[in-house]
Design a protein. Structure first.
Lengths: 454, 242
C-alpha cells in the first residue's frame, strides 16, 4: 500500500476492487483503536465509507457509498439491488389476475397503489375502463387514500426514529395500526392484499365498513396532530431538518423526482389533479406545496397530504353510504369472460365462495361453471398492444407499462417505481452535507427498497 | 467529486434559522395544530414545546400494545388464515379434486391428486374426490385466490394464524390436517351418498344430514367408527334430502 497520487485518485464510484493504490481499512469486528491509530499515522483525509446495506437508517437494504472528508460528505452514491425479487419477470408467467398478487409486493408500504395502477393498466388494454362499476372505483379511492396516510406515517415515523425521536415512530405506527385494522376487515390482510382486481375489486365492503372507517378517522387525525406537535416546531427537529437535503426545482425535475420531493420545491405536480383517474377530479382536495425544497418542507407536506387524504376518504364515505341506501351495487365488471369469479362470504366454516354461488355454478348453470373453470385455469385474453398508466403514489409517480401479445399473461410488465427514481436525487441532496445529514436526506426521500429493486 | 469543497450543494444557500423560545410546559395540551393558520399568539409561543404536552397526555392514554401471546385478539372475520377442507352435512367431503385451487394459486402452494369414488369408498358426492391434498405453507402467501376458485366451497380460510413450526416438512399440511373435524351428527367418510340424490342435490343444499341407511352402511363396514355414536343418536333430527 502506498500513498495515493493525486492524479489516480479513485472515486467512490470507481470500478470495484480498483483502489488506485489507496490505503484500505476493513473494519469487520476488528479493533477500532488499531484502525484509527493506523489512519492517524497515514494522514490521508479521504475516506470512503459504506453505509448499509445493513444500516438501520437506510430503510431496509439500501447501500450508501459515501466519500467523506472529516464529517463532510463529498460524494454519495446509492447501491441498490439487495432486495431484487424478480417480481416483474415472475408476472410474465402468471395470469393477468394473478399478477395482482405479485405487484402488490413491490412497495409493500403502499401495496394498494401498485394494485390500482396495474389494474387500471389492464383495464385500459381490455378497453373496459368505463365499464368498471362506480362502487369499485369508490372503494379503490378510499383504500388508496387510507394507504397514502399509512405510507406517509411510515415515512415520518421511521424518519423521526432515525433522528432519535422514538416517540414519533411509536405514535406513527399506532396510527398506522388503525389503518391496517381497516384493511384487515375489508381485504382480509394487513398488507399485500391482492384486493383490487382487473375489472373491479375482489369483494364488496363488509357490512358496517363505512361506519368503522368513520370511527377510526378522528383517532388517526388525533395521532397525526400529536406527531405534528412533537415535530413541526421542535427546535431540535428544525435544527436537524431545515436546510438539509436541499434539492431545488431544477434539480428535482432534471432527476425525474416526483411526489413530496418535487412539491417541496414548489411545483404543484400531482397526477390526481393533472391527469385524473378513478374520478379524482370530482373530489375536493388541495395539493399542498412548499418552497424551501428541504427535508423539513417534505415533512410539512406529508402532514398536509395526510389531512387532504382523510378529507378525500370522508367524501368517498359519503358517496358509499349514499349508494348503500339505494341497495346493492356491483363491484366487478359484468362481463363474465373477464370478471374473476370470486363471490366470497364468511360463514362458520371460514371464508369461501358463497353457497348461492355454488348452487348456481354447480347446481344449475352449466355455462356459469364453464366460465368459472376457464377463468381460473386459463385466465382471460388481453388484446395485443401496450399501455402506460400513471398514478399518484405517496412517493411520487407510479408508472405501469404493460405489453400484451394477446395471451392470458403479460408479455412484459414493467413498473416505474417512484422510490427508484427519487433515489437518484440522493447524491445531489447529500453531497456537501455532513454524514448525519445523509440520514435525514434519505428519510426525506422515503425510499422503500421493495419498490426500488422489485 | 473528490475535490469538492462540499459547499453549496447539500445545504440550501441560506439555511433558515429558527430561533425558538423554550417556555413553560403548562397548558399545552389544548393545542390545535390541525391547521397552521388561526393560531393564537400564545399557542405560537408554546409551539416549540408542545411535544411535552403530547408526552404528558400519553401518560394518561390507555396502552395500545397487545399482549400476544398471553392475550389473543380475534382477527377480522375476513382474515386470511389457515385453510380448511369442509364437509357436507352428512360428513362426505366437499372437495372433488378438481384442482382449480391449485390452478388459481399464484405461488404454486397447492398439490392435489384426485381419486375415483367407488361404491365401496365414496368420499365425496359425484365421481371424484381429493385423494391427496397438500398445502405448502412455506410457499403460501395467503392471497385467497384458491378459496375464490373453489367451485364447491370445499376450501375456505379460517381465522387461525398460528402456523409457525420448526421444520420444512411440518409446514406442508396434508389432507388430514386440513380437513374440517366432524361436527356432531356427521358421519365420517367414506360412505354412500344419501340414497336417491345426485351430486347436484348436495350443491343445492338439499342434503341435511346422514340417513339411517348411511349409518347402517358404516356400521356394517366400520363397526368401530367413532362418528357412529352421534350420527346414530335417535334424538338427532333425521337427515336426508330436503
Ligand atoms: S392463499 Fe394464495 S398462495 Fe395460499 S394456497 Fe391459496 S392461492 Fe395459493
Ligand atoms: S379444494 Fe375445491 S378447488 Fe381445490 S380440488 Fe377441491 S374442490 Fe377443487
Amino acid at each position: 500500500m502506498s500513498t495515493p497520487s493525486s492524479t489516480s485518485r479513485p472515486t467512490a464510484t470507481g470500478p470495484a476492487g480498483d483502489t488506485g493504490g489507496a490505503r484500505e481499512y476493513t473494519a469487520t469486528g476488528g479493533d477500532w483503536d488499531e484502525i484509527s491509530a493506523d489512519a492517524m499515522a497515514n494522514p490521508d483525509e479521504r475516506i470512503v465509507v459504506n453505509m448499509g446495506p445493513q444500516h438501520p437508517s437506510t430503510h431496509g437494504v439500501l447501500r450508501l457509498v459515501l466519500e467523506i472528508e472529516g464529517e463532510t460528505v463529498t460524494e454519495a452514491r446509492g447501491g441498490i439491488g439487495f432486495l431484487h425479487t424478480g417480481i416483474e419477470k415472475n408476472m410474465e408467467y402468471r395470469t393477468w389476475t394473478q399478477g395482482v398478487t405479485y405487484c402488490t409486493r413491490m412497495d409493500y408500504v403502499a401495496p394498494l397503489f401498485q394494485e390500482v395502477g396495474y389494474c387500471l393498466a389492464v383495464e385500459k388494454l381490455l378497453d373496459i375502463t368505463d365499464d368498471v362499476p362506480e362502487r369499485a372505483t369508490l372503494i379503490r379511492v378510499m383504500m388508496m387514500e387510507l394507504n397514502r396516510v399509512a405510507s406517509h406515517l411510515i415515512a415520518l415515523g421511521t424518519g423521526g426514529n432515525e433522528l432519535g425521536a422514538t416517540t414519533m415512530m411509536t405514535i406513527a405506527f399506532t396510527a398506522r395500526e388503525d389503518i391496517l385494522k381497516i384493511f384487515e376487515s375489508i381485504t382480509g390482510l394487513r398488507m399485500n392484499h391482492a384486493y383490487i382486481r382487473p375489472g373491479g375489486v375482489a369483494v364488496d365492503l363488509p357490512p358496517g365498513a363505512t361506519q368503522m372507517v368513520r370511527e377510526y378517522i378522528p383517532q388517526i387525525r388525533d395521532r397525526i396532530g400529536q406527531l405534528e406537535k412533537l415535530s413541526l416546531k421542535n427546535p431540535i427537529f428544525l435544527g436537524r431538518l431545515q436546510g438539509v437535503g436541499y434539492l431545488p426545482l431544477a434539480g428535482a425535475m432534471a432527476l425525474g423526482a416526483a411526489g413530496p420531493i418535487l412539491r417541496s420545491a414548489g411545483l404543484p405536480f400531482d397526477l390526481r389533479k393533472s391527469q385524473p383517474y378513478c374520478g379524482y377530479e370530482t373530489y375536493d382536495f388541495e395539493v399542498p406545496t412548499h418552497t424551501d425544497a428541504d427535508s423539513y418542507a417534505r415533512v410539512v407536506l406529508r402532514f398536509k397530504e395526510m389531512r387532504e387524504s382523510l378529507k378525500i376518504v370522508q367524501q368517498v364515505l359519503d358517496r358509499l353510504e349514499a349508494q348503500d341506501r339505494k341497495g346493492k351495487h356491483p363491484v366487478m365488471v359484468a362481463d363474465k369472460r373477464i370478471a374473476w369469479p370470486a363471490q366470497l362470504s364468511v360463514g362458520s366454516d371460514g371464508q369461501g365462495n358463497s353457497l348461492d354461488h355454488i348452487r348456481q355454478i354447480m347446481g344449475s348453470s352449466m355455462e356459469a361453471l364453464i366460465h368459472h373453470f376457464k377463468l381460473v385455469t386459463e385466465g382471460f385474453r388481453v388484446p395485443a398492444g401496450q399501455v402506460y398508466q400513471q398514478i399518484e403514489h405517496p412517493k411520487g409517480v407510479l408508472g405501469v407499462h404493460l405489453v400484451s401479445d394477446g395471451g392470458t399473461r403479460p408479455y412484459r410488465a414493467h413498473f416505474r417505481d417512484p422510490s427508484f427514481n427519487n433515489l437518484q436525487t440522493l447524491g445531489m441532496m447529500c453531497e456537501g452535507g455532513t454524514i448525519a445529514d445523509v440520514v435525514v436526506a434519505v428519510a426525506s426521500i422515503d425510499p422503500v427498497m421493495g419498490g426500488v429493486d422489485r | 467529486m473528490a475535490d469538492s469543497t462540499g459547499k453549496g450543494r447539500g445545504r440550501s444557500p441560506e439555511p433558515r434559522t429558527t430561533k425558538t423560545a423554550m417556555g413553560a410546559t403548562h397548558d399545552v395540551q389544548n393545542f390545535d395544530v390541525d391547521s397552521d393558520e388561526d393560531k393564537s399568539a400564545l399557542e405560537e409561543f408554546f409551539a416549540p414545546v408542545a411535544g411535552f404536552g403530547v408526552t404528558m397526555a400519553s401518560l394518561f392514554r390507555p396502552v395500545v400494545t397487545e399482549q400476544y401471546p398471553f392475550e389473543k385478539k380475534p382477527t377480522a372475520p375476513r382474515y386470511h388464515g389457515r385453510h380448511q377442507l369442509n364437509r357436507h352435512p352428512d360428513g362426505l367431503e366437499k372437495c372433488i379434486g378438481c384442482e382449480l385451487c391449485a390452478w388459481a394459486c399464484p405461488a404454486d402452494a397447492i398439490y392435489v391428486e384426485a381419486g375415483n369414488n367407488t361404491p365401496d369408498a365414496q368420499y365425496a358426492p359425484g365421481e371424484r374426490y381429493g385423494k391427496v391434498y397438500q398445502i405448502n405453507y412455506l410457499r403460501c402467501i395467503f392471497c385467497g385466490l384458491c378459496i375464490e376458485a373453489c367451485p364447491t366451497r370445499a376450501l375456505t380460510m379460517t381465522n387461525d394464524y398460528e402456523l409457525a413450526d420448526t421444520t420444512r416438512e411440518k409446514m406442508i399440511f396434508e389432507k388430514d390436517q386440513l380437513l374440517a373435524p366432524l361436527r356432531s351428527g356427521m358421519l365420517s367418510a367414506p360412505h354412500p351418498m344419501v340414497e336417491g340424490t345426485t351430486d347436484g342435490d348436495y350443491y343445492r343444499g338439499a342434503v341435511t344430514g346422514p340417513t339411517a341407511e348411511q349409518v347402517d352402511w358404516v356400521r356394517e363396514h366400520r363397526p368401530e367408527d367413532p362418528s357412529l355414536e352421534s350420527a346414530a343418536d335417535p334424538g338427532r333430527a333425521q337427515g336426508g334430502k330436503r
